[in-house]
Design a protein around this ligand. Structure first.
Ligand code: GAR
Length: 188
């Protein structure tokens, strides 16, 4: 059984789905929920599910080995980024090669990079007049939002869509595809 650490900065709807998924499918277990924000809703979800949490301090995270030792001693095999807004330091990426995956709420390589998170992504997609958007699940490497893509799923955009409706479509895709993709990846 693989031990997952989920890194998240926000509400945590994807984290909640992943926790539920791996209660049923015991190929992996969510062993730790990590956040950079002590007020993040995702921490409440962890608490309700009796999952240990770790709140990151910026000065530690971006210096030297950061939290690598803590993650290794907790036995973490795979790191899942589910709405985590800090770019990962190279020390962490190198400590977990091809073991860190991220979900991005658009069809990379378009609409990725710094500042492209949450509704900013959907605003940019709508402003560009795209006819479709979607999700990208990809490996995290040293190039922000550029790691090898594991899977993508698409949705159409119609003329009535706004940020709210597009965000809803994207969340639905994420909730459907993220956990099964993590499961396949973790059993390789
Ligand atoms: C998700 O839509 C995820 O794709 C996005 O944050 C949201 C978190 O939602 N991630 C990024 O924008 C990363 N660049 P959640 O807190 O409800 O799971």
């Amino acid at each position: 059984m693989k031990k997952l650490a989920i890194f998240a900065s926000g509400t945590g709807t994807n984290t909640a789905k992943i926790i539920e998924h791996f209660k049923e499918n015991k190929t992996s277990i969510v062993a730790l929920v990590v956040s950079n924000k002590s007020s993040a809703g995702v921490l409440k979800i962890a608490e309700v599910n009796h999952i240990p949490t770790l709140i990151l301090q910026k000065e530690i995270f971006f210096q030297g080995n950061g939290y690598v030792n803590e993650l290794k001693s907790a036995g973490i095999d795979i790191i899942v980024l589910a709405g985590f807004l800090w770019q990962l330091p190279v020390s962490l990426i190198r400590a977990f090669p091809k073991k860190i995956i991220n979900i991005h709420p658009a069809l990379l390589p378009k609409f990725g990079g710094k500042g492209m998170y949450g509704n900013h992504v959907h605003e940019a997609v709508l402003a560009s007049g795209e006819k479709e958007s979607g999700i990208s699940i990809h490996f995290v490497d040293e190039q922000y939002d550029r790691g090898q893509i594991i899977m993508q799923a698409k949705c159409s955009i119609n003329k009535n869509d706004d940020v709210h409706s597009l965000a809803n479509k994207i969340h639905q895709l994420e909730h459907r595809h993220f956990s099964p993709t993590i499961e396949v990846f973790s059993t390789l």
